[in-house]
Design a protein around this ligand. Structure first.
Ligand code: PMT
Length: 216
């Protein structure tokens, strides 16, 4: 691909977050990091300076990409806010936990009662905060949905003040863990662009093409 992101700093988030209940247990989701890493690699190929803030994954660090490994949503927030100001493009592919256990136990919780109640506390919405602080950055979100993709993605686009959102249906060849994805891109002007099922690497390049289009 052309080096059409030279001189640009691109901040990408990937993977799940882990919200610990105790030192050996956590709440998480099936995000593998594949989609976010594909975007990081594609941006690097195009000459961008890439910072990848990622939850726990098993994917090797892409060449020439600055990888920052985090675990919880709170750690991800700190790393993202540190890099937001001088980033030109921010793409939030991470599947961030909306809630965390109210307080993580310092030691392994022992088996006892037949029933246990876990109280959850809402995490900060990192992307919404980025939308509120946004100056010149192009801000792109993802939405993984099991139903009403257009409605849910469209609402997130507006509520979080994004320039574009990539909606993916959670399914057998799309969404979490798969090598392929089926994405519909939704734009600020209300238009949408449905893409066929394709490799996540190909989705990443189309996403970047469209982002560069927004810029110009
Ligand atoms: O990692 P893979 O296995 O390749 O899977 C890819 C993916 C399915 C995880 C990815 O393509 C995807 O859709 N990521 C977003 C998952 C999601 O459901 O996001 P959400 O609808 O909970 O959140 C919407 C947006 O807000 C996302 O950009 C998310 O990063 C952001 N968010 C959400 C909650 C929160 N507390 N902070 C956030 O920044």
């Amino acid at each position: 691909s052309p080096k059409n992101l030279e001189g640009k700093k691109v901040l990408v988030t990937a993977g799940p977050t882990r919200e610990h209940i105790d030192p050996v247990r956590f709440i998480s989701n099936p995000s593998s990091g594949k989609m976010g890493y594909a975007i990081a690699r594609a941006a690097e190929h195009r000459g961008a300076e890439v910072v990848l803030v990622t939850g726990p994954t098993n994917i090797p660090v892409p060449l020439n990409v600055t990888e920052i490994r985090v675990r919880s949503a709170r750690e991800m927030a700190t790393a993202v806010f540190e890099h937001m100001e001088d980033s030109h493009i921010i793409i939030k592919t991470a599947a961030v936990a909306d809630y965390r256990p109210g307080e993580a136990a310092a030691h392994k919780i022992k088996k006892g009662a037949d029933e246990k109640v876990l109280t959850l506390q809402k995490n900060q919405d990192i992307l919404k905060e980025l939308g509120a602080r946004k100056k010149d950055q192009i801000l792109v979100g993802f939405a993984a949905e099991t139903q009403e993709l257009e409605k849910n993605a469209g609402e997130k686009l507006v509520r979080k003040n994004l320039d574009m959102i990539a909606g993916n249906i959670v399914g057998e060849s799309s969404g979490f863990e798969t090598d392929t994805n089926q994405v519909t891109l939704f734009y600020r002007d209300g238009t949408k662009e449905p893409l066929p099922v394709m490799e996540k690497d190909a989705v990443a390049h189309i996403l970047l093409d469209r982002i560069i289009g927004i810029k110009n």
